[in-house]
Design a protein around this ligand. Structure first.
Ligand code: F6P
Length: 467
């Protein structure tokens, strides 16, 4: 069986106290029953050096360090101040410089240079996310003919937005060096195929396959899942843990509403807090009877826009607690400490409602894990942004527009007042969908599609083109 080589900027090295972002959780599960190699950044910025190799659980983890300039230009610069905002439809926040683009290309070449020494001709290579768009091209330029797939964890905007990316003509078509390009939703995949036809003028070989010079590239939607059944078991155990019991006791019988997000402007935190404020204003009966727990670990702290969103969110929290709080009741508990998956699973199960209201999100696994964690006999209610990829599979959540605080306030009231029978019905339908498309299924579907032999420019195609 061919070896699976996974490449992502973040690598979840065992025993390193995982940060467990969505991407790391997904890849860990994809590699669970597989011999393979996981290559990426070590997380260190002390200067480039030789790769470090750690062996564990059938896997080799190979990581390389970055220099300070690499980190600034590649990670803080082009990846997270240009690609991240633009792919999340936030053209207003993009800060493009040619220097950062140069750093981005340079780090992709650096990764390719180290990776090629590790590759065997029959390895299947699976590259993850926006940090590594040009990686396949860098490998092809070095003569590698392996099957290479790419999965974008974040949204893919339509060409009207993608074309605002300076130098998009060089960068986006580099995805044509992959054999398979996967997206979270059909909408993302359709946006990309529109880019290929309208901007690159590419011809279709079939419905989902495009002709790229001498090669073909297949485009598809592969919505990333969660470990639905395992997470449900974890939540059942965790709700009995001393930690979750202590949190529940501290609520003194009040209903808990939960939000869990990295501190990021795409998550719509100030808007969500405005909505909670309106809820307390408009549905005053709930005052003193509900506590909103928002867990928000800090993220990408070297980037100015992240400091801004931290300040705005903190201001909203103190305004709400100052206005509505009582000596005996704090309406909103805001915590920047990261919590373990186990702790979160228990908190999700204990929460009567979850607020997952990003302004734009590739998928959002918190939404799926919240559903997975519920007690089937007495489930809580998911309030979910229609702009999260998860909304495609979680149609039985209360879908909201995060830009409409009044509408979100109404949804919070509806969630907390929803009769048991309706909660059970909505939960059961979503749980079924999430069990069918769980993380293992996602990884298997992508890996199988990547290994499907493509004709390349087969005789049939050559004949068609020469006619
Ligand atoms: O795809 C976006 C993503 O990789 C998430 O999966 C993850 O939680 C987050 O970004 C982590 O970002 P960073 O690696 O910049 O900390």
């Amino acid at each position: 069986m061919a070896r699976l080589v996974v490449v992502s900027n973040r690598v979840s090295i065992p025993d390193r106290g995982t940060r467990a972002g969505g991407l790391e959780v997904a890849i860990k599960a994809a590699l669970k029953h597989q011999d393979g190699l996981w290559f990426g950044w070590s997380g260190r910025v002390d200067g480039r050096g030789q790769p470090k190799i750690i062996e564990g659980n059938n896997l080799s983890y190979v990581t390389v360090d970055l220099s300070r300039d690499d980190h600034q230009e590649f990670y803080n610069g082009f990846a997270n101040r240009v690609l991240w905002p633009i792919f999340h439809y936030r053209l207003d926040l993009a800060e493009f410089t040619r220097r950062d683009l140069g750093g981005y290309m340079r780090v992709n070449e650096y990764y390719a240079g180290h990776l090629e020494r590790l590759l065997r001709p029959d390895d299947i290579i699976w590259v993850h996310d926006y940090h590594l768009i040009p990686l396949a091209k860098a490998l092809r330029d070095r003569g590698h003919k392996n099957r290479i797939g790419f999965f974008l964890h974040i949204p893919c905007p339509p060409p009207e937005i993608l074309t605002a990316l300076p130098n998009h003509e060089q960068l986006v078509p580099a995805l044509g060096a992959y054999d398979l390009v996967g997206f979270q939703t059909k909408v993302d995949a359709a946006n990309f195929t529109r880019y290929l036809t309208e901007e690159c003028g590419l011809a279709r070989y079939s419905d989902d396959t495009f002709i790229f010079g001498e090669r073909t590239v297949r485009v598809g939607a592969f919505p990333v899942g969660v470990e639905t059944e395992a997470f449900a078991r974890l939540a059942r155990r965790s709700i009995e843990s001393p930690f979750v019991r202590e949190v529940l006791e501290s609520l003194s019988g009040r209903a808990m509403v939960i939000g869990v997000d990295r501190l990021d402007y795409t998550k719509g935190l100030p808007q969500r807090m405005d909505a909670f404020e309106r809820f307390l204003n408009n549905y005053s009966d709930w005052r003193g009877k509900v506590t909103y727990l928002q867990i928000t670990p800090r993220s990408r702290t070297g980037i100015p826009e992240y400091a801004d969103i931290g300040r705005l969110t903190g201001e909203a929290v103190s305004r709400i607690n100052g206005t509505f709080g009582e000596a005996s009741w704090t309406p909103l508990r805001y915590i920047n400490k990261a919590h373990s998956r186990t702790a979160l699973a228990g908190l999700y199960r204990a929460a009567r409602a979850a607020l997952v209201t990003p302004l734009r999100d590739g998928m959002n696994l918190v939404a799926k894990e919240y559903v997975a964690a519920q007690d089937p006999a007495d489930p809580g209610v998911l309030v979910l942004s229609r702009f999260a990829g998860a909304a495609h599979e979680c149609a039985d959540a209360l879908l909201v527009n995060p830009y409409d605080p009044e509408g979100v306030a109404n949804a919070i009231n509806r969630a907390l007042s929803m009769p048991l029978e309706e909660r059970v019905r909505r939960y059961a339908r979503m749980f079924k969908v999430l069990s069918q498309n769980d993380l293992t299924h996602w990884a298997q579907r992508f890996a199988a599609a990547l290994q499907e032999p493509s004709d390349g420019l087969s005789g049939r195609l050559r004949a068609a083109m020469s006619r």
